[in-house]
Design a protein around this ligand. Structure first.
Ligand code: C5P
Length: 411
């Protein structure tokens, strides 16, 4: 039986420290042992008593504590683990680590360790984006520290949003597991494949505060990314503005406009498979205003002149250099679903089109379920109504089988 994998969790002093309780619990459920060190600031957010109760281990807080040193010295603490996880890694803790300071137990252990260190930053977005923090992070990366997050989103403080949220617990666990056990990914059906997925709507600015958009939720694309990842693929997910957390283990590039999406897709190539699940806006505002449009009494409402957006699927489908071996489009239709999908298969040079009926009465757009038809050059497969995650899993299995067959044909 595999012996328990040991995590030394260094909890920094930020509001996200409370998430460590859930992290410890989930890690223990997966058979990890978790020993925690808390900084003084961390104790302002969670108590050593709570951390000790959840981890079922003694919690270490003091550098100069005779009892602790007698039981397990800080040098042994630094070595008696398989991985050190710093979460939340605050701006202050990162700064100390980058400069090799050792003025408390957490920083001394980090300086004394010969183990790998994974840092999960969490702080106010401005603190994260501050050049000083970015300099420290660059230094730490150069020193071999790896990072997970921060995620982008709402902060605990009202009205604050941006990069700075602690990565979600499942994402942290995936990152920890990947660092600890070079998984037997070779045996997974999409091992070694790069799968590129677009998802969500695009926002096309009218002026600095207004935009054109659509009702796409991104659920199907995010489910596809998670499914591809679970089959062992390296996944790049290019996502428009949606309120969904990054799927664990997936490289997520967040963009706003169709032009940015095309740019991100092109930069992410080469890929073995590209799946275009995004609801890209067909048009953008020809000349978005740099200042907010103002109403003025008695004058006509502004006329919005539109310009056509690039068709990302079509561009990639027709690409001669770097064209992914399998290009899959989605077709959201309100009538003649299959016939329209067949036209798109040709015009966009896709290999498959996943067609669905998005008439409002179907509830598909924004909903959790989907009824799809897989249109290929060989015919049409009608799938029954199912949850979007099931559609995603079934589709990724089909992708894996297809690539497997292609590889066999080549061999
Ligand atoms: O909007 P339409 O029905 O043409 O979308 C069909 C497919 O083309 C979808 O896979 C969508 O992601 C893709 N598409 C795109 N870029 C566009 C429009 C659509 O990649 N500008």
């Amino acid at each position: 039986m595999q012996s328990k994998r040991r995590i030394l969790l260094i909890i920094g002093g930020g509001i996200a420290a409370y998430k460590c309780l859930d992290l410890i619990r989930r890690l223990r459920e997966r058979g990890f042992s978790v020993r925690a060190i808390m900084t003084k600031a961390a104790e302002q957010f969670v108590t050593p008593l709570a951390v000790g109760a959840i981890s079922n281990e003694r919690v270490f807080t003091e550098l100069f504590n005779l009892d602790d040193e007698r039981e397990i010295g800080h040098i042994r603490l630094a070595r008696d683990c398989d991985l050190i996880v710093v979460a939340p890694a605050t701006a202050d803790l990162l700064a100390k680590m980058a400069h090799g300071q050792a003025n408390d137990l957490a920083t001394s252990v980090l300086l004394a360790t010969d183990k790998r260190v994974l840092a999960a930053p969490a702080m106010n977005p401005r603190m994260w984006l501050n050049p000083a923090t970015q300099r420290n992070v660059a230094q730490l990366k150069a020193d071999g520290i790896s990072f997970i997050g921060p995620a982008v989103g709402e902060m605990a403080e009202r009205g604050e949003a941006g990069p700075g949220r602690l990565a979600e617990v499942p994402v942290l666990i995936d990152a920890i597991e990947r660092r600890l056990a070079p998984r037997d990914t070779a045996a997974m059906p999409l091992a070694g494949r790069h799968v590129l997925i677009t998802s969500g709507p695009t926002h096309e600015p009218i002026d600095p505060v207004r935009y054109l958009a659509n009702r796409s939720s991104g659920k199907q694309g995010f489910a596809l990314a998670a499914a591809a990842r679970s089959l062992g693929a390296n996944v790049t997910l290019i996502a428009g503005p949606v309120a969904l957390p990054d799927p664990a283990g997936v490289t997520v590039v967040r963009i706003e406009t169709a032009a940015e999406m095309l740019d991100a897709v092109t930069q992410a190539l080469p890929a073995d498979v590209a799946i275009f699940a995004a609801a890209v806006a067909d048009w953008r505002i020809a000349k978005p205003k740099s200042e907010k449009l103002k109403k003025s009494a008695g004058s006509e409402p502004p006329a919005l002149k539109l310009a056509e957006n690039p068709d990302i699927l079509k561009t990639i489908g027709h690409r001669s250099k770097d064209r992914p071996r399998l290009v899959v489009g989605f077709a959201a239709e309100t009538e003649n679903v299959v016939a329209n999908a067949q036209k798109k298969l040709k015009s966009k040079a896709a290999d498959w089109i996943v067609a669905n009926d998005v008439s409002p009465e179907t509830g598909i757009m924004g909903g959790d379920r989907n009824t799809v038809h897989i249109v290929t050059r060989d015919g049409v497969e009608h799938w029954s109504d199912m949850h979007k995650t099931d559609v995603a899993e079934k589709l990724m299995v089909r992708v894996a089988i297809h690539l497997g067959q292609q590889s066999a044909d080549i061999a």
